[in-house]
Design a protein around this ligand. Structure first.
Ligand SMILES: Nc1ncnc2c1ncn2[C@@H]1O[C@H](COP(=O)(O)OP(=O)(O)O)[C@@H](O)[C@H]1O
Ligand SMILES: [Mg+2]
Length: 176
């Protein structure tokens, strides 16, 4: 319930044209990914989530928002995908990339261009896992979080593998 209300607050705020406010502090993307996987495993004990970490994963980010984004992507993989899930973080030069992938039927090509728009759901019927229907705000909020960090988020869905990739700079440019 708390998460749902927070999602709606972010939605109204960013729809009025304001960027999502973030609080930057030193973070370790490896720890964020491991903790996010642990949190989602606790909520979905059947989920198989592998974590892969490579390179320097330190950066200055809003740890709470980045964790929320990774958890959102993992929960989507559990709720909308099938089979095993992998979260991979890689630090490379000035960028850190996080990729969450899952097996399953994939996302139809026609749905990809609007997938990150608010209130978008490809298959509004309850999933085979019987999970409650979401509001279709999760990916919109993931994009708000990536953009607030000067980053980007993209999706690729082909041959039964769906991958969401977030790319953010280690250091967000100050806007003042
Ligand atoms: N990992 C995924 N695999 C397949 N479909 C996905 C995945 N993540 C998201 N989707 C599709 O994108 C839609 C929007 O996702 P999201 O914004 O998180 O909304 P919600 O999860 O509340 O439905 C989902 O309803 C689903 O159809
Ligand atoms: Mg979701």
């Amino acid at each position: 319930m708390k998460r749902m209300i927070d999602d709606l607050l972010v939605f109204t705020r960013t729809r009025l044209g304001n960027a999502l406010p973030i609080e930057l502090a030193p973070q370790d993307m490896g720890r964020i990914c491991r903790d996010a996987a642990e949190e989602v495993r606790a909520a979905y004990p059947d989920a198989r989530i592998d974590v892969g970490l490579a390179g320097d994963l330190a950066g200055q980010w809003d740890g709470i928002r980045i964790a929320e984004m990774v958890v959102n992507l993992l929960i989507n993989a559990v709720q909308h995908g099938a089979g095993s899930i992998r979260v991979e973080a890689r630090g490379d030069g000035e960028q850190v990339t996080v990729a969450v992938s899952n097996e399953g039927n994939g996302i139809p090509r026609h749905a990809l261009p609007t997938l990150f728009d608010p209130l978008t759901r490809v298959n509004p019927s309850p999933s085979p896992r019987g999970t409650a229907a979401g509001m279709g705000l999760g990916l919109y909020i993931c994009r708000c979080i990536a953009h607030a960090h000067d980053g980007m988020i993209a999706v690729e869905s082909a041959e039964a593998i769906t991958t969401f990739t977030v790319c953010i700079p280690r250091q967000v440019r100050r806007r003042d």
